[in-house]
Ligand binder design. Sequence first.
Ligand SMILES: NC(=O)C1=CN([C@@H]2O[C@H](COP(=O)(O)OP(=O)(O)OC[C@H]3O[C@@H](n4cnc5c(N)ncnc54)[C@H](O)[C@@H]3O)[C@@H](O)[C@H]2O)[C@@H](O)CC1
Ligand SMILES: [K+]
Length: 480
Amino acid sequence: MISSERMAQVDANAAALGVPRKQLMESSGNAVAREVRAVADPGARVAVVTGRGNNGGDGFVAVRFLDDYDTSVHLLGREETIATDIARENWAALRRGDYATETVTDSRAFELPECDVVVDAMLGTGVTGALREPEATAAERINESDATVVAVDVPSGVDANTGDADGTAVEADRVVTFHDRKPGLDSLDAEVAVADIGVPAAAERFVGPGDMLPVRQGSGADDARVYVVGGGPYTGAPALAAQAALRAGANLSFVAAPGPVAPQIQGYAEDLIVQSYEGERLDPEQVPDLVDTAESYDDVVVLGPGLGNADETLEAAERFLAEFSGRAVVDADALPVVPEVETDATLVCTPNRKELAKMGGPEVESADALADRADEIEAFAAELGHVVVAKAEDDVISDGERTRVSKAGTSGMTVGGTGDTLAGATAGLFAAHDAFESACMATYANGRAAELLDEERHDGLLASDLLDALPRAIWGDDDA
Ligand SMILES: NC(=O)C1=CN([C@@H]2O[C@H](COP(=O)(O)OP(=O)(O)OC[C@H]3O[C@@H](n4cnc5c(N)ncnc54)[C@H](O)[C@@H]3O)[C@@H](O)[C@H]2O)[C@@H](O)CC1
Ligand SMILES: [K+]
């Protein structure tokens, strides 16, 4: 089962893997033609009613695979308004190929010809709201006709995720949907066939530029705030995490740190707001105030960077998680505490191989073997009840049900601090997206940032270099 949104991501990942959408459209159209063959013999009259998006494009392609049928193509709208290049190219191929085509610009003028089969290629997963004209009238004509109705991907007007229609929708006899079932198709009174269109499995399994679509489509949080609880024995780690959060879209990034090191952390970056507390390091006494602050502003917390592993600090981390009920990214020394504590918080835990073992997760002998143990990492995430990002050359991200692998990154990333930028970037994205999505996006973006810098930096990469490249990896990468 796959949602429309996830399908769009997988589609973009397939393109990045070298299987462009036009190629998938060729397979989709072919699958539609096969479905027509299943319901009518050669020579039958087939009316293909198309919209101006890629659903229509699938319909155009199908016509080329039905040369032994009596086909007619009815494009709803002017040809200049065909929305995508690949649909336009396939329309042009029909025009040049001397197929029977017409364009319908006035819904009152639309008449469905006498036919045995109607192919409904008006709208697929791109539908928003109730069908507009001329699609609404066309849907009524299709529903009135006695012909067998074969819908492309989803009956036009039906929401592929829910099965609901906001007004008139096509009543299909059969639906040929692509790659995987869409949740909304189960409730329909139609026979549903799933066609394999050649999407490589890697497009789903590996995090790719398609997974960045939620941020690229601009769905940010209005008030994204990140609160890094870190620092003490170390000062660089919390500063890197807090800055990475800003680079990943946070509006404000706070660091809560012990008094003696707070000025130093502030000294690294004027963009951060550093708040100091008493003592040399985090201890349980500070926790109620920290929890209060984070909860009252609905901040996404990063717990761990640079805290060290003194007993009172680990006790404080445990207490923090026991009392906190918001969202947090847990990293570094705070990680082993997570399995020890009952928490209402929603967590993303970002262990490396050794930290994973310390948390009670699978013991993986070498970093390059991590991805082979993805199933065990998934089981561990399920048991933990939180998202786990197991970091290595290939990172494994799991929420216990969904598991993906990120291959993005370079050999330069073994330098210290890249885990801190990952934790911070995850928090910045987590302010606007769900835990698993944020973890996938941040892991890919952190690695991709290193790839973008590889030519200049090679193995001389610094974690602080990644800060500059993160926005490009998140929003502006041409690879997507
Ligand atoms: N992997 C995939 O996702 C693939 C998708 N393909 C096809 O592409 C389709 C999605 O294509 P698109 O994203 O271009 O979307 P659609 O073709 O479903 O619809 C987009 C068009 O419909 C218009 N529109 C939206 N709501 C409307 C309404 N209520 N009334 C009238 N017009 C409306 C939009 O202005 C836009 O021009 C899929 O359903 C499938 O058929 C295949 O071509 C290849 C593979
Ligand atoms: K359709």
